[in-house]
Design a protein around this ligand. Structure first.
Ligand code: NDP
Length: 280
């Protein structure tokens, strides 16, 4: 039976540590503010934005909320970002994605100052991660490394297979696992023999975006399985990219959905915000 990696508990521990750090910074006269911009009223995005603001409040950061109408132009959004880039009282800027189709996501990401890029999506942040320089790291992959480390999973020299190569999960995940001295294989939709490759993994990280795609056959006996996927069915029940009932008996450790990777993303966003307080 696999040990469950409890992302809820680990993220709560991290938020406690950050709360303490923010209190210390406040004593030294340093305040932190995260600006959160949402364009349109997509219900899922509204939930994420609300949770991010709540997390700020919990650890003692201010949040500044900008809820813009769906018809906001790209120019208006870019002007707001520029204003926030210049605002010394704002340490972090986050534009909730996706933005409406008439706005180019890439242009928006590139407009945020790398010093305030708490999502870690700016090309400069990604470049710094690639060559091992300091910079903000994308929150979900950073959260996975934290989950593994705090669960005492040995990473050095381990065979790590990542399913998915997106800019926000798969690619930064590969770079982070390389930094931890794992031997990394990145797979994607053109990969041949996916099952064979996955079943050689000591650590299998799945971000494929397909509900319960990874069955027991993909998993080596004793592997550590990290499920990034989030899928909500018509009854609001959540499931992941991994078929949990089949994976759990084979794995030595596994993240559940919900309660695994999900809560870590916000905890890492908060960590980036605290980092922004001391670097800006
Ligand atoms: P994307 O859709 O951007 O990427 C999916 C990746 O999976 C792509 O690289 C794609 O390959 C690859 N892929 C698709 N089909 C196959 C296949 N048959 N075999 C091998 N690889 C395949 O997804 P994201 O990375 O953004 O997200 C992945 C999942 O994680 C989603 O369920 C998402 O909801 C969830 N998520 C959860 C977060 C959290 O906080 N827990 C945060 C972010 C995402 P190719 O590049 O060739 O198209």
């Amino acid at each position: 039976m696999a040990k469950i990696i409890d992302g809820k508990k680990i993220s709560a521990e991290i938020k406690e540590e950050l709360k303490e750090q923010v209190a210390q910074l406040k004593k030294a006269g340093v305040e932190g503010t995260l600006a959160v911009i949402q364009v349109g009223a997509d219900p899922a995005s509204s939930v994420y934005v609300r949770n991010k603001k709540k997390a700020c409040e919990y650890i003692g950061l201010h949040s500044k909320s900008f809820e813009l109408p769906e018809e906001t132009t790209q120019k208006e959004l870019l002007d707001l970002i520029e204003q926030l880039n210049q605002d010394a009282a704002v340490n972090g800027i986050l534009v909730q994605l996706p933005v409406p189709a008439h706005i180019e996501e890439k242009t928006i990401i590139n407009a945020i100052s790398p010093l305030k890029d708490v999502d870690g999506f700016h090309p400069q942040s990604v470049g710094s991660l690639t060559i091992g320089q300091p910079g903000f790291v994308s929150c979900t992959p950073a959260g996975i490394v934290e989950l593994l480390k705090r669960s005492k999973v040995e990473l050095d020299g381990k065979n790590c297979v990542i399913v998915g190569r997106s800019n926000i999960v798969g690619k930064p995940m590969a770079l982070l696992m390389l930094r931890e001295n794992a031997t990394v294989t990145v797979t994607h939709s053109h990969t041949k023999n996916l099952k064979e490759i996955c079943s050689a993994a000591d650590i299998l990280i799945v971000a494929i975006g397909k509900k319960e795609f990874i069955t027991g056959e993909y998993i080596k006996e004793g592997a550590v399985v990290i499920d990034v996927g989030i899928h909500r069915d018509e009854n609001n029940k959540l499931s992941g990219d991994v078929k949990y009932d089949e994976a759990e008996p084979k794995a030595s450790m596994i993240t559940p959905v919900p309660g695994g990777v999900g809560p870590m993303t916000i905890a890492m966003l908060m960590r980036n915000c605290v980092e922004a307080m001391v670097t800006v």
